[in-house]
Design a protein around this ligand. Structure first.
Ligand code: KIV
Length: 268
């Protein structure tokens, strides 16, 4: 019997070279990591979106390094095959490079991730270079970067003007030269995502960036349709689990109240 092998930077690179789309989802716990693995998803992002969907915050800003490490470790215990990317949360790397290096190290050492992801452009290229020199695999994230939501003035598409588009291409090139091995592009015009994809020699992963990218990422809770009230333009619900979960809980409540659960079958 062959051992299950985790997807690596090397095997993901081969997939990119074969022009096979690379499929990411977010995930934050062992139960869902097992299901994500059963669906043969390539990459799990333990995103700081857990601040929204797990912790109930309005933004990702309150998420800490400890939060991401905790959830990454849970995910790593729940699956053997997907490549695990841990997000570096707000202010874990922005103040100085040493902080960033230590936070990235914690994601691998304590969280058992294989890669980390940072938001931001060419300004962060020297830090990415230090991380990759230290042996850490890094993914980039450009476009709408949720940690900068207040700077952007809300959840707005990025790279719409010529100058902004040119800067995003420069950012992508600088990060690639610094050593990132994949690049998330969030909420950018499809033609700009294509331009960046055509320019850099690494896999681009879109979320609200059209189809001319090398892969896609969506938040797991959005894929599953766990919140019917949350549906930005780029989100497709591939299931309607909000009603499935609520119906199951209602049935459980009803049977408990009627004393039909637990019946003899479920009793000792
Ligand atoms: O935190 C996250 O889930 C992300 C994705 C939206 C790319 O960064």
């Amino acid at each position: 019997m062959s051992a299950v092998r985790r997807k690596t930077t090397h095997s993901l690179r081969k997939q990119y070279e074969r022009k096979e789309k690379i499929v990411w989802t977010t995930c934050y716990d062992a139960t869902f990591a097992r299901l994500v693995e059963m669906a043969e998803i390539d990459v799990i992002l333990v995103g700081d979106s857990l601040g929204n969907v797990v912790q109930g915050h309005a933004t990702t800003l309150p998420v800490t390094v400890e939060d991401i490490v905790y959830h990454t470790r849970a995910v790593a215990r729940g699956c053997q095959r997907p490549h695990i990317v841990a997000d570096l949360p707000f202010m874990s790397y922005q103040a100085n490079e040493d902080d960033g290096l230590r936070a990235a190290g914690a994601m691998l050492k304590e969280g058992r991730a294989q890669s980390v992801k940072i938001e931001g452009g060419e300004y962060f290229a020297p830090m990415v270079h230090r991380m990759t020199q230290a042996g850490i695999a890094v993914c980039g994230h450009l476009g709408f970067t949720p940690q900068s939501v207040h700077k952007f003035g809300g959840y707005r598409i990025q790279g719409k003007t010529e100058d902004a588009a040119d800067q995003m291409v420069k950012d992508a090139v600088a990060l690639t030269e610094a050593g990132i091995h994949m690049l998330v592009l969030e909420m950018v015009p499809a033609d700009l995502a294509k331009r960046i994809t055509d320019t850099v020699d690494i896999a681009t992963i879109g979320i609200g960036a059209g189809t001319d990218v090398d892969g896609q990422v969506l938040v797991l809770q959005d894929i599953l349709g766990l919140n019917n009230d949350f549906k930005p333009k780029f989100v497709k619900h591939f299931a309607s689990m909000e009603s499935t979960v609520v119906d199951a809980l209602k049935s459980y409540k009803k049977e408990v109240q009627e004393i039909s659960f637990p019946s003899e079958d479920f009793s000792f």
